[in-house]
Write a protein that binds this ligand. Structure first.
Ligand SMILES: Cc1cc2nc3c(=O)[nH]c(=O)nc-3n(C[C@H](O)[C@H](O)[C@H](O)COP(=O)(O)O)c2cc1C
Length: 201
């Protein structure tokens, strides 16, 4: 039976933007979906359940131009012990910067994993301004693209899609700087402190 396993690879999965993106996938998928979070200690369980699904949509944030370590570790586990049936893997990756192209390396890593390990690779949605866009009037652009992503998966006509806020870089930088400076202030952290590489002590 055709069924989609939605995997959230954010390290802060329960409070993550990825969770919100995953909810859109569930909303727009014509096939039944089930949502799971990737944790340190649930790889065996995820692998076992994976065999029940025709498709996986891997939803995760970009971390340092790459995959969060939790996603990397799951891929390593699957490499060591593959599921009984390999689903088609599609990707929905979101990043903080404006340009969806920032996510390209992460997508290449997943493609490489699929090629090496005998999984078919499905569709991709790369979202820029992923931290912000869902709280702006532009969220309809995300909804539209996720509907298209889901449609491409069920039609088996795979696509590479992109979405971001339709604003210039300069405006994005101004708005995001203002946002983070105000955010820091709420926690007693100044702009200067945020600009140092020291994160502890
Ligand atoms: C440790 C860390 C590293 C990040 N690295 C990048 C990056 O390299 N490029 C980028 O555009 N955004 C980066 N981001 C921003 C996240 O991709 C963005 O905030 C995303 O929406 C987080 O999604 P989540 O809530 O699902 O974890 C980083 C965030 C964190 C916390």
């Amino acid at each position: 039976m055709e069924k989609i396993m939605i995997l959230n690879g954010s390290p802060r999965a329960p409070r993550s933007n990825s969770k919100r993106y995953a909810a859109y996938v569930a909303k727009y998928s014509p096939w039944p979906t089930e949502y799971f979070e990737i944790r340190k200690n649930n790889h065996a369980q995820l692998r076992e359940r994976m065999a029940e699904f025709s498709d996986v949509v891997l939803v995760f944030p970009l971390y340092a131009d790459s995959l969060p370590v939790g996603v990397l570790n799951l891929l390593k586990s699957l490499e060591a012990a593959p599921p009984e049936r390999r689903p088609v893997i599609s990707v929905l990756v979101n990043c903080g910067f404006l340009e969806p192209g920032q996510n390209e390396i992460a997508v290449r890593i997943i493609r490489f994993f699929c090629r090496r390990n005998g999984y078919a690779f499905g569709s991709v949605l790369m979202a820029g301004s992923g931290e912000a866009i869902l709280d702006t009037p532009f969220r309809f652009l995300v909804a539209r693209k996720i509907r298209r992503l889901a449609g491409s998966i069920v039609r088996r006509r795979y696509e590479e899609l992109r979405v971001t806020m339709p604003i210039g870089k300069r405006l994005f930088l101004m708005a995001s700087t203002l946002y983070w400076v105000r955010y820091g202030k709420r926690f007693g952290v100044t702009r200067q402190q945020m600009q140092t590489p020291r994160i502890e002590g």
